[in-house]
Design a protein around this ligand. Structure first.
Ligand SMILES: Cc1cc2nc3c(=O)[nH]c(=O)nc-3n(C[C@H](O)[C@H](O)[C@H](O)COP(=O)(O)OP(=O)(O)OC[C@H]3O[C@@H](n4cnc5c(N)ncnc54)[C@H](O)[C@@H]3O)c2cc1C
Length: 316
Protein backbone atom coordinates (compact mmCIF):
# COMPACT_ATOMS: atom_id res chain seq x y z
CA UNK A 1 0.00 0.00 0.00
CA UNK A 2 1.38 3.38 -1.01
CA UNK A 3 0.48 6.42 1.06
CA UNK A 4 0.29 9.61 -1.00
CA UNK A 5 2.71 12.26 0.07
CA UNK A 6 4.75 15.15 -1.23
CA UNK A 7 8.48 15.59 -0.83
CA UNK A 8 10.39 18.75 -0.18
CA UNK A 9 14.21 18.96 -0.29
CA UNK A 10 15.53 22.45 0.47
CA UNK A 11 18.65 24.08 -0.95
CA UNK A 12 20.54 26.72 1.06
CA UNK A 13 22.86 29.49 -0.06
CA UNK A 14 25.96 27.77 1.29
CA UNK A 15 25.23 24.24 0.11
CA UNK A 16 28.07 22.94 -2.11
CA UNK A 17 27.64 23.87 -5.80
CA UNK A 18 27.80 20.23 -6.84
CA UNK A 19 24.83 19.43 -4.65
CA UNK A 20 22.82 22.39 -5.88
CA UNK A 21 23.40 21.25 -9.46
CA UNK A 22 22.24 17.75 -8.57
CA UNK A 23 19.01 19.04 -7.04
CA UNK A 24 18.29 21.40 -9.92
CA UNK A 25 18.85 18.69 -12.52
CA UNK A 26 16.74 16.10 -10.73
CA UNK A 27 13.41 17.00 -12.41
CA UNK A 28 14.89 16.32 -15.89
CA UNK A 29 16.61 13.19 -14.64
CA UNK A 30 13.38 12.00 -13.05
CA UNK A 31 11.56 12.42 -16.34
CA UNK A 32 14.26 10.52 -18.21
CA UNK A 33 13.91 7.57 -15.84
CA UNK A 34 10.12 7.60 -15.83
CA UNK A 35 9.64 9.43 -12.52
CA UNK A 36 8.08 12.63 -13.80
CA UNK A 37 6.47 15.19 -11.54
CA UNK A 38 9.38 16.73 -9.65
CA UNK A 39 10.05 20.44 -10.02
CA UNK A 40 12.68 22.82 -8.75
CA UNK A 41 11.11 25.75 -6.91
CA UNK A 42 13.60 28.53 -7.56
CA UNK A 43 11.96 31.14 -5.38
CA UNK A 44 11.86 30.98 -1.56
CA UNK A 45 8.34 32.45 -1.65
CA UNK A 46 7.12 29.38 -3.54
CA UNK A 47 8.76 27.22 -0.87
CA UNK A 48 6.97 29.11 1.89
CA UNK A 49 3.68 28.50 0.10
CA UNK A 50 4.40 24.75 0.22
CA UNK A 51 5.60 24.72 3.85
CA UNK A 52 4.66 27.99 5.61
CA UNK A 53 6.74 27.13 8.69
CA UNK A 54 9.95 27.43 6.66
CA UNK A 55 9.56 31.19 6.90
CA UNK A 56 10.79 31.14 10.47
CA UNK A 57 13.74 28.82 9.86
CA UNK A 58 17.01 30.03 11.31
CA UNK A 59 19.79 27.72 10.25
CA UNK A 60 23.11 28.61 11.78
CA UNK A 61 25.58 27.83 9.05
CA UNK A 62 23.87 27.30 5.72
CA UNK A 63 22.50 30.73 4.88
CA UNK A 64 19.10 31.53 3.43
CA UNK A 65 16.81 29.22 1.56
CA UNK A 66 17.40 29.45 -2.21
CA UNK A 67 14.87 26.99 -3.49
CA UNK A 68 13.78 23.39 -3.18
CA UNK A 69 13.16 20.19 -5.02
CA UNK A 70 9.46 19.60 -4.79
CA UNK A 71 7.39 16.60 -5.78
CA UNK A 72 3.70 17.14 -5.29
CA UNK A 73 2.81 13.50 -5.88
CA UNK A 74 5.08 11.06 -4.11
CA UNK A 75 4.45 8.26 -1.66
CA UNK A 76 5.71 6.33 1.33
CA UNK A 77 5.36 2.65 2.19
CA UNK A 78 5.21 0.77 5.46
CA UNK A 79 8.55 -1.11 5.40
CA UNK A 80 7.25 -4.01 7.51
CA UNK A 81 4.29 -4.62 5.19
CA UNK A 82 6.57 -4.25 2.18
CA UNK A 83 8.96 -6.90 3.52
CA UNK A 84 6.05 -9.25 4.25
CA UNK A 85 4.79 -8.72 0.68
CA UNK A 86 8.24 -9.64 -0.71
CA UNK A 87 8.24 -12.80 1.45
CA UNK A 88 4.75 -13.80 0.33
CA UNK A 89 5.60 -13.31 -3.32
CA UNK A 90 8.94 -15.15 -3.02
CA UNK A 91 7.21 -18.12 -1.33
CA UNK A 92 4.64 -18.20 -4.13
CA UNK A 93 7.56 -18.51 -6.54
CA UNK A 94 8.92 -21.49 -4.62
CA UNK A 95 11.54 -19.83 -2.41
CA UNK A 96 12.15 -21.64 0.88
CA UNK A 97 12.45 -18.94 3.56
CA UNK A 98 13.62 -20.01 7.01
CA UNK A 99 13.30 -17.41 9.71
CA UNK A 100 15.09 -17.45 13.07
CA UNK A 101 17.90 -19.59 11.65
CA UNK A 102 21.30 -18.05 12.22
CA UNK A 103 24.12 -18.47 9.71
CA UNK A 104 27.17 -19.41 11.77
CA UNK A 105 29.76 -19.99 9.08
CA UNK A 106 30.30 -19.89 5.33
CA UNK A 107 31.84 -23.05 3.91
CA UNK A 108 34.57 -22.34 1.36
CA UNK A 109 36.52 -25.08 -0.40
CA UNK A 110 39.02 -24.64 -3.22
CA UNK A 111 38.25 -20.91 -3.46
CA UNK A 112 34.53 -21.57 -3.97
CA UNK A 113 31.49 -21.21 -1.77
CA UNK A 114 30.03 -24.63 -0.92
CA UNK A 115 27.35 -23.76 1.60
CA UNK A 116 26.61 -22.36 5.03
CA UNK A 117 26.59 -23.78 8.53
CA UNK A 118 23.48 -22.72 10.36
CA UNK A 119 22.09 -23.24 13.84
CA UNK A 120 19.73 -25.75 12.17
CA UNK A 121 22.40 -27.62 10.23
CA UNK A 122 24.39 -27.35 7.03
CA UNK A 123 22.87 -25.98 3.82
CA UNK A 124 24.79 -26.76 0.62
CA UNK A 125 24.75 -24.14 -2.12
CA UNK A 126 26.80 -22.65 -4.95
CA UNK A 127 26.03 -19.05 -4.06
CA UNK A 128 25.75 -17.17 -0.79
CA UNK A 129 24.25 -13.68 -0.90
CA UNK A 130 25.43 -11.58 1.99
CA UNK A 131 22.35 -9.38 2.49
CA UNK A 132 22.88 -9.07 6.23
CA UNK A 133 22.59 -5.27 6.48
CA UNK A 134 24.51 -4.04 9.52
CA UNK A 135 25.78 -7.59 10.09
CA UNK A 136 27.32 -7.82 6.59
CA UNK A 137 30.88 -7.43 7.91
CA UNK A 138 30.38 -10.35 10.28
CA UNK A 139 29.12 -12.59 7.45
CA UNK A 140 32.00 -11.37 5.24
CA UNK A 141 34.50 -12.42 7.92
CA UNK A 142 33.06 -15.94 7.82
CA UNK A 143 34.16 -16.11 4.18
CA UNK A 144 37.54 -14.52 4.94
CA UNK A 145 36.54 -11.14 3.50
CA UNK A 146 36.67 -7.66 4.91
CA UNK A 147 33.42 -5.84 4.11
CA UNK A 148 33.43 -2.07 4.66
CA UNK A 149 29.95 -2.01 6.21
CA UNK A 150 29.70 -0.27 9.56
CA UNK A 151 26.66 -0.92 11.80
CA UNK A 152 25.34 2.39 13.13
CA UNK A 153 22.33 3.14 15.28
CA UNK A 154 19.60 5.44 13.91
CA UNK A 155 16.41 6.41 15.71
CA UNK A 156 12.97 7.69 14.80
CA UNK A 157 10.69 9.67 17.06
CA UNK A 158 6.93 9.84 16.65
CA UNK A 159 5.55 13.16 17.80
CA UNK A 160 2.29 15.01 18.00
CA UNK A 161 2.06 18.78 17.99
CA UNK A 162 0.21 20.45 20.83
CA UNK A 163 -1.48 22.62 18.21
CA UNK A 164 -2.22 20.94 14.88
CA UNK A 165 -1.10 22.49 11.59
CA UNK A 166 -3.64 23.42 8.98
CA UNK A 167 -1.49 22.18 6.11
CA UNK A 168 -0.05 18.78 5.23
CA UNK A 169 3.69 18.60 5.59
CA UNK A 170 4.43 15.65 3.32
CA UNK A 171 8.09 14.80 3.76
CA UNK A 172 10.67 17.47 4.48
CA UNK A 173 14.22 16.28 4.09
CA UNK A 174 17.22 18.54 4.65
CA UNK A 175 19.34 15.94 2.95
CA UNK A 176 22.37 17.92 1.99
CA UNK A 177 23.40 19.04 5.38
CA UNK A 178 23.78 15.37 6.14
CA UNK A 179 26.57 15.27 3.60
CA UNK A 180 28.41 18.12 5.23
CA UNK A 181 29.06 18.33 8.91
CA UNK A 182 25.91 17.07 10.55
CA UNK A 183 22.60 15.48 9.76
CA UNK A 184 19.81 17.86 8.84
CA UNK A 185 16.19 17.51 9.82
CA UNK A 186 13.83 15.04 8.25
CA UNK A 187 10.21 14.84 9.19
CA UNK A 188 7.05 13.58 7.56
CA UNK A 189 3.44 13.44 8.57
CA UNK A 190 2.20 10.04 9.63
CA UNK A 191 -1.38 8.80 9.69
CA UNK A 192 -1.60 10.59 13.06
CA UNK A 193 1.08 13.11 14.03
CA UNK A 194 4.59 13.10 12.56
CA UNK A 195 7.63 10.85 12.34
CA UNK A 196 11.01 12.52 12.52
CA UNK A 197 14.66 11.53 12.62
CA UNK A 198 16.13 11.48 16.11
CA UNK A 199 19.76 10.48 16.27
CA UNK A 200 20.88 10.20 12.62
CA UNK A 201 24.54 11.10 12.37
CA UNK A 202 26.03 11.80 8.92
CA UNK A 203 27.04 8.53 7.24
CA UNK A 204 30.79 9.07 7.51
CA UNK A 205 30.72 10.28 11.11
CA UNK A 206 28.25 7.92 12.79
CA UNK A 207 29.93 5.75 15.44
CA UNK A 208 29.65 2.00 14.98
CA UNK A 209 27.68 -0.08 17.45
CA UNK A 210 27.36 -3.79 18.13
CA UNK A 211 24.29 -4.74 16.04
CA UNK A 212 23.53 -7.52 18.56
CA UNK A 213 23.65 -5.21 21.54
CA UNK A 214 22.40 -1.65 21.11
CA UNK A 215 19.51 0.39 22.47
CA UNK A 216 16.47 -0.34 20.29
CA UNK A 217 14.33 2.12 22.18
CA UNK A 218 14.53 5.90 21.96
CA UNK A 219 16.57 7.89 24.42
CA UNK A 220 16.42 11.31 26.03
CA UNK A 221 19.40 12.27 23.86
CA UNK A 222 17.54 11.26 20.66
CA UNK A 223 14.60 13.46 21.65
CA UNK A 224 16.87 16.40 22.53
CA UNK A 225 18.67 16.13 19.17
CA UNK A 226 15.32 16.25 17.41
CA UNK A 227 14.13 19.16 19.58
CA UNK A 228 17.28 21.13 18.67
CA UNK A 229 16.77 20.51 14.96
CA UNK A 230 13.09 21.42 15.06
CA UNK A 231 13.94 24.63 16.84
CA UNK A 232 16.44 25.50 14.14
CA UNK A 233 14.85 24.13 10.95
CA UNK A 234 11.14 24.25 11.76
CA UNK A 235 10.51 26.29 14.92
CA UNK A 236 6.75 26.11 14.37
CA UNK A 237 7.02 22.42 15.28
CA UNK A 238 8.87 23.05 18.53
CA UNK A 239 5.91 22.49 20.84
CA UNK A 240 5.48 18.73 20.60
CA UNK A 241 4.80 15.63 22.65
CA UNK A 242 6.69 12.40 22.11
CA UNK A 243 4.26 9.56 21.37
CA UNK A 244 6.74 6.77 20.66
CA UNK A 245 10.16 6.08 19.21
CA UNK A 246 12.54 3.31 18.25
CA UNK A 247 15.99 2.69 16.83
CA UNK A 248 17.42 0.33 14.25
CA UNK A 249 20.66 -0.29 12.43
CA UNK A 250 22.01 1.43 9.32
CA UNK A 251 24.59 -0.65 7.44
CA UNK A 252 26.81 2.30 6.53
CA UNK A 253 29.49 2.41 3.86
CA UNK A 254 31.98 5.29 4.10
CA UNK A 255 31.07 6.85 0.75
CA UNK A 256 27.31 6.39 1.39
CA UNK A 257 26.96 4.15 -1.68
CA UNK A 258 25.72 0.60 -1.84
CA UNK A 259 27.69 -2.62 -2.29
CA UNK A 260 26.31 -4.98 -4.92
CA UNK A 261 29.03 -7.21 -6.30
CA UNK A 262 30.20 -10.79 -6.71
CA UNK A 263 33.58 -11.88 -5.39
CA UNK A 264 36.28 -13.73 -7.31
CA UNK A 265 37.55 -15.29 -4.13
CA UNK A 266 35.63 -17.07 -2.83
CA UNK A 267 33.71 -17.59 -6.04
CA UNK A 268 29.95 -17.64 -5.47
CA UNK A 269 29.97 -15.05 -2.69
CA UNK A 270 27.72 -12.09 -3.55
CA UNK A 271 27.38 -8.96 -1.46
CA UNK A 272 24.14 -6.96 -1.47
CA UNK A 273 24.38 -4.63 1.50
CA UNK A 274 25.49 -1.20 2.70
CA UNK A 275 22.21 0.53 2.02
CA UNK A 276 22.63 3.08 4.80
CA UNK A 277 19.26 4.86 5.11
CA UNK A 278 18.00 3.83 1.67
CA UNK A 279 17.50 0.09 1.75
CA UNK A 280 13.72 0.23 1.56
CA UNK A 281 13.43 2.31 -1.55
CA UNK A 282 16.50 0.58 -3.06
CA UNK A 283 15.20 -2.92 -2.39
CA UNK A 284 13.51 -3.78 -5.69
CA UNK A 285 16.49 -2.58 -7.75
CA UNK A 286 19.00 -4.20 -5.39
CA UNK A 287 17.25 -7.57 -5.60
CA UNK A 288 17.17 -7.42 -9.40
CA UNK A 289 20.86 -6.49 -9.67
CA UNK A 290 22.01 -9.17 -7.22
CA UNK A 291 20.00 -11.78 -9.13
CA UNK A 292 21.63 -10.68 -12.40
CA UNK A 293 25.07 -11.24 -10.87
CA UNK A 294 24.07 -14.83 -10.12
CA UNK A 295 21.94 -15.75 -13.14
CA UNK A 296 23.83 -13.81 -15.83
CA UNK A 297 27.25 -13.50 -14.22
CA UNK A 298 27.14 -9.72 -14.62
CA UNK A 299 25.02 -6.64 -14.06
CA UNK A 300 22.76 -6.39 -17.12
CA UNK A 301 20.43 -3.54 -16.23
CA UNK A 302 23.22 -0.96 -16.36
CA UNK A 303 24.16 0.01 -19.91
CA UNK A 304 27.85 0.55 -19.26
CA UNK A 305 29.07 -1.88 -16.56
CA UNK A 306 32.39 0.01 -16.34
CA UNK A 307 30.31 2.82 -14.82
CA UNK A 308 29.03 0.46 -12.13
CA UNK A 309 29.72 2.42 -8.96
CA UNK A 310 28.52 -0.07 -6.38
CA UNK A 311 31.35 -2.60 -6.67
CA UNK A 312 33.75 -3.57 -3.90
CA UNK A 313 36.81 -2.67 -6.00
CA UNK A 314 36.54 0.92 -4.81
CA UNK A 315 37.67 -0.28 -1.37
CA UNK A 316 40.38 -2.72 -2.42
C1 LIG B 1 15.51 4.57 11.92
C2 LIG B 1 15.67 4.13 10.50
C3 LIG B 1 15.01 4.82 9.48
C4 LIG B 1 15.13 4.42 8.16
N1 LIG B 1 14.44 5.08 7.18
C5 LIG B 1 14.52 4.65 5.89
C6 LIG B 1 13.77 5.29 4.86
O1 LIG B 1 13.04 6.26 5.10
N2 LIG B 1 13.88 4.82 3.60
C7 LIG B 1 14.69 3.78 3.28
O2 LIG B 1 14.75 3.40 2.11
N3 LIG B 1 15.42 3.16 4.24
C8 LIG B 1 15.36 3.57 5.53
N4 LIG B 1 16.11 2.97 6.50
C9 LIG B 1 17.14 2.01 6.10
C10 LIG B 1 16.59 0.63 5.82
O3 LIG B 1 15.83 0.17 6.92
C11 LIG B 1 17.78 -0.31 5.57
O4 LIG B 1 18.64 0.24 4.58
C12 LIG B 1 17.28 -1.66 5.11
O5 LIG B 1 16.49 -2.27 6.10
C13 LIG B 1 18.46 -2.56 4.79
O6 LIG B 1 17.94 -3.78 4.36
P1 LIG B 1 18.86 -5.05 4.33
O7 LIG B 1 17.97 -6.18 3.91
O8 LIG B 1 20.10 -4.77 3.55
O9 LIG B 1 19.33 -5.25 5.85
P2 LIG B 1 18.45 -5.52 7.15
O10 LIG B 1 17.07 -5.00 6.99
O11 LIG B 1 19.27 -5.04 8.30
O12 LIG B 1 18.35 -7.10 7.18
C14 LIG B 1 19.48 -7.89 7.48
C15 LIG B 1 18.96 -9.18 8.07
O13 LIG B 1 20.03 -10.10 8.23
C16 LIG B 1 19.79 -10.83 9.41
N5 LIG B 1 21.04 -11.45 9.88
C17 LIG B 1 22.13 -10.84 10.40
N6 LIG B 1 23.07 -11.74 10.73
C18 LIG B 1 22.56 -12.96 10.40
C19 LIG B 1 23.06 -14.30 10.50
N7 LIG B 1 24.27 -14.57 11.02
N8 LIG B 1 22.26 -15.31 10.08
C20 LIG B 1 21.02 -15.06 9.56
N9 LIG B 1 20.50 -13.81 9.43
C21 LIG B 1 21.27 -12.78 9.85
C22 LIG B 1 19.27 -9.78 10.38
O14 LIG B 1 18.58 -10.40 11.44
C23 LIG B 1 18.35 -8.98 9.47
O15 LIG B 1 17.05 -9.51 9.47
C24 LIG B 1 15.98 3.33 7.84
C25 LIG B 1 16.65 2.64 8.86
C26 LIG B 1 16.49 3.03 10.19
C27 LIG B 1 17.21 2.27 11.26
Amino acid sequence: ELHGNRIFIPVREKDPEMLKTAVRSYPQMGERFGAAGAEYLDDPEKCFQAIPDLKTTNIRNLGNLEGALYTARDAWVDPYLMTMAYIKHARRMGVDIRTRVKVEDVIVEGGKVRGVETAAGRVKCEYVVNAAGGWASKIGEMAGLEMPVKPCRASLIKIQLKEEKEYEMGMYFDVFESMTERQGLWIRDDIVGYIAGGDHDPIGLAPSVDPDDYNEGYTYEDVMKLADKLEEFMPGFGDFEVVDGWAGIYGNVGDANWLIDSMDNPEGFVICAGFCGEGIHASAAAGLLASELILDGKIKSVKDPSQWAYNTRRFR
